[in-house]
Design a protein around this ligand. Sequence first.
Ligand code: SOE
Length: 413
Amino acid sequence: MSTTDRQLRVGMVGYAFMGAAHSQAWRTVNRVYDLPARARMALICGRDAGKVADAADRLGWEAYTTDWRDLIASDGIDVVDICTPGDSHAEIAIAALAAGKHVLCEKPLANTVAEARSMAAAAATAQAAGVRSMCGFNYRRVPAVAMMRQLVADGRLGVIRHVRATYLQDWIVDPQFPLVWRLQRDRAGSGALGDIGAHIIDLTQYVTGRRITGVSAVTETFVRERPLPAGSSGLAATVDGGAANGSAVDGGGADGHHPATGAVTVDDAAVFVARLDGGVLATYEASRFATGRKNALRVEINGSLGTVAFDLERLNELEFYDASRPAAEQGFSRILVTEGEHPYMSAWWPPGHLIGYEHSFTHQMRDFVEAVATGVDPAPSFADGLQVQLVLDAVTRSAELGSSWTEVEPALA
Ligand code: SOE
């Protein structure tokens, strides 16, 4: 329970999957952590009045609006939380920063490097006026991931040699799964690469404290044509049996016999090798076609003195191989990251009691509220988001040029 009267009045744009995850975190954060300000769920925004009214009621927001410009113009809002598809991030974030609102923006920061650059520039200008911004790479806030970073920073792994990272899902294996917004380049920027590859790019740069300096990549779109969705266009979308209504439509539907279809304009999978500064060799794989793998983010880091490995599907655990132990006692140990000594954990349950996916968002809001209320810049910054965007862009260009080696420039050069 917060012991402060200071409020941060939050306005959130979007109310689908990420909007629900963020709402859960805003509802919870001051009940768990004692913070210098109390987040108030003041206003939620969505284009459909009926649906956003329902979302406000269901998710616990005080009021709703159908125009994000009203939300940004409101004197009753201090923080703008952007949970929309990537095609609107830049416009909303830049307008919010110009209006003096602190901004939390979902990952990936933008759909293009140009947009991400404008956002990072707007954030730098706003920062001078004390306005804060953050990109929502929530997995940084899984306690086991934070501990992984601490082990690397403390030198427990010695010289880092390898990073091995995969993020695998299977929700579009069925060719009849509809053409949701995440499969359209103009809405999402890229496919598996930007949606889930962005997470492992950020996570590995964060944990190692090193930057990806070059990549060689292949990408693939296994299913190039899909039926148009009916109604919902989220991860649980269904197929439209009716008339064609999309811009990328290729016949069908109108005769009522088969659904209208449209072109998939993003990658289904992306695989790349990379170099990180400091001589680290790395491999990355992001796929939505890994049958049986639902949300399998795995990262392993090998150093001269040890190895750490994290698996999101067992997020309360960290594997650690400590090569400095006596030879006879060496082997991987499984650390249960649930104790008061571990990052973020002391505010939760008694020792050994597990946490889940949603806690990473609560921890994200905890760090954001604390930073804003104490006048500190939260991380990851928009510049960090731009750095990830530069890697995504290099991967795409490398794949287009037949896997040619492609350098990644530093965001702050
Ligand atoms: C869908 O692939 C998704 O929800 C991503 O958009 C999230 O960022 C990731 O956390 C889980 O999968």
